[in-house]
Design a protein around this ligand. Structure first.
Ligand code: URP
Ligand code: ZN
Ligand code: ZN
Length: 489
């Protein structure tokens, strides 16, 4: 019998600490050896001329997510509506783009608990092929949810609570946000935060609508940079008060990133995530003719090309250390997705979110490494190692070292591909990146030692994705420091 199940030979193996040309031996789904030469294997993959990088960890994906408003009425009967991407289609898309693990969201509806949705969502996620962990959205922080249900979720391996500071009906006020921070602190969880000011956006939206400014482009006008900066500042200040680590999601602009940089300089445990849309799309995309602009509508809104460069600078400085997709697909040509309120709907009625699971690694590599903005090891950090560390999945995920899961991508650094919807292999009928040319492409994706994508052909059995329960981890331990020394019990 061969010593290894697979040998990956002759690639440039990249980790967050540098790159070395060596062979990789895989046994029982794990990395068993890194050595100059490994030949004794049942299957040999030639990685000559290729990079070998850790399978992407996308720590911010909305997949088959039951609608945030809860039950929709259909023919008078209550019916659960779900986000249009299923775990099977999302897995296909993720593997096509070199991602092997995701962290996605369990919703909470006002007036409901969280455990029932957790059980339902575990079942949904188990139908796919991606390894998966969960964030729990908290939109109704009752004592029963925070004191009784959250500890049970934590025992089940859910270690991050997600809060929205905007969006009807999800947003929390400051008092509610503080309660969630305290609960996270007591239970050893991370808090992830959507930072935009709800009241300011509401006021702006009403003013724009009253002035007849209703098209998709006014989405960006309803939420300028300052509403993101203000909420980021507030989210950090309250987390500092409570001494609770947070990750600020989908940072779109330097103004918000500067708040994170200041917090990090003070030693706070505050991390910043950005997304490919904030280095490629602009507000002008939402000004395309007719309803077309809806394809690019997400929150925070894409800014402009000068902002793209500032985001890269914040990535280079390490202020923003994770690039997630915020994959949140709504179809364009149906009456279910972007056009659910009609193709003439005013901007505030158009669902927010864009698909991007498969595009994430290629865009970060192409815009980052191929254009000389970041090194290969930074690419690995941003797309795999840092999300795994911050989410408590490291070193099982996000690194190529003996003992870690054999989630690997054979990456052709020179291949040029034009992004099209067909290439994305998702269930959504468009990609906001249509026509974007990228340099660098995943040619083979391996999940736990199994080749699940080769040359664009995804070959994985539905139902083979594994749940990734997360235990306690040091990164989310409070620092033990508050502004005045008072620590709430
Ligand atoms: O527009 C976005 N980002 N939609 C997804 C939900 C969220 O805010 O993360
Ligand atoms: Zn968000
Ligand atoms: Zn999101």
């Amino acid at each position: 019998m061969a010593a290894y199940d697979i040998a990956i030979r002759g690639g440039l193996v990249a980790t967050a600490f540098g790159a070395t040309r060596c062979d990789i031996g895989v046994k029982d789904g794990r990395i068993a050896a890194l050595a100059e030469t490994i030949t004794d294997a049942a299957q040999v993959l030639d990685a000559g001329g290729l990079y070998v990088v850790p399978g992407g960890v996308d720590s911010h994906c909305h997949i088959e997510e039951p609608s945030l408003g809860g039950y929709a009425k259909s023919d008078g009967a209550p019916q659960l509506t779900v986000n249009e991407e299923s775990f099977v289609t999302a897995s296909t898309s993720a593997f096509a783009g070199g991602t092997t693990s995701v962290v996605c969201f369990i919703p909470q509806w006002k007036g409901h608990g969280v455990l029932e949705r957790y059980r339902d969502y575990r079942k949904r996620a188990a139908t796919g092929m991606l390894d998966h962990a969960f964030h729990q959205i908290i939109s109704d922080p009752t004592d029963a949810v925070l004191n009784e249900e959250v500890p049970q979720l934590v025992a089940e391996g859910v270690r991050s609570l997600k809060v929205f500071l905007t969006y009807e009906p999800l947003h929390l006020n400051d008092a509610e946000y503080i309660k969630v921070l305290l609960t996270a602190r007591r239970n050893g969880c991370l808090v992830t935060v959507h930072c935009e000011n709800y009241d300011a956006i509401n006021w702006r939206t009403q003013a724009l609508l009253a002035a007849g400014m209703t098209g998709p482009k006014y989405h960006a006008w309803s939420r300028p940079r300052v509403v993101e900066r203000e909420a980021t500042h507030r989210a950090i200040a309250l987390a500092e008060l409570v001494d609770q680590p947070i990750q600020v999601f989908h940072v779109s602009c330097e103004d918000a990133a500067e708040e994170i940089a200041r917090a990090q300089a003070r030693g706070l445990k505050v991390w910043g995530e950005t997304c490919p849309q904030y280095v490629t799309l602009t507000a002008a995309d939402m000004d395309r003719p007719g309803f077309e602009g809806a394809k690019f509508m997400c929150s925070p809104a894409p800014r402009d090309t000068a902002e793209h460069l500032r985001i890269w600078e914040m990535i280079r400085r390490g202020t923003l250390d994770v690039v997630s997709s915020d994959h949140c697909g709504f179809t364009f040509g149906t009456d279910r997705g972007k056009a659910v309120a009609g193709r003439d709907a005013s901007f505030e009625k158009i669902p927010n979110g864009i698909p991007g699971l498969a595009a994430r690694l290629p865009i970060v590599f192409s815009e980052g490494v191929a254009k000389g903005r970041i090194a290969l090891e930074e690419f690995v950090k941003l797309t795999a190692t840092n999300p795994a560390r911050i989410m408590g999945l490291y070193p099982r995920k996000g690194v190529i070292q003996p003992g870690s899961d054999a989630d690997l991508v054979l990456w052709d650094p020179a291949r040029k591909v034009t992004l099209t919807n067909a290439v994305m292999q998702h269930a959504i009928d468009y990609t906001p990146y249509e026509g974007l040319e990228v340099t660098g492409w995943p040619v083979t994706t391996i999940r736990r030692g199994e080749v699940v994508m080769r040359d664009g052909k995804v070959q994985a059995e539905p139902g083979t994705g594994r749940y990734l329960p997360r235990g306690p981890y040091d990164l989310v331990k409070p620092r033990g420091i508050t502004p005045d020394g008072f620590v709430a019990p």
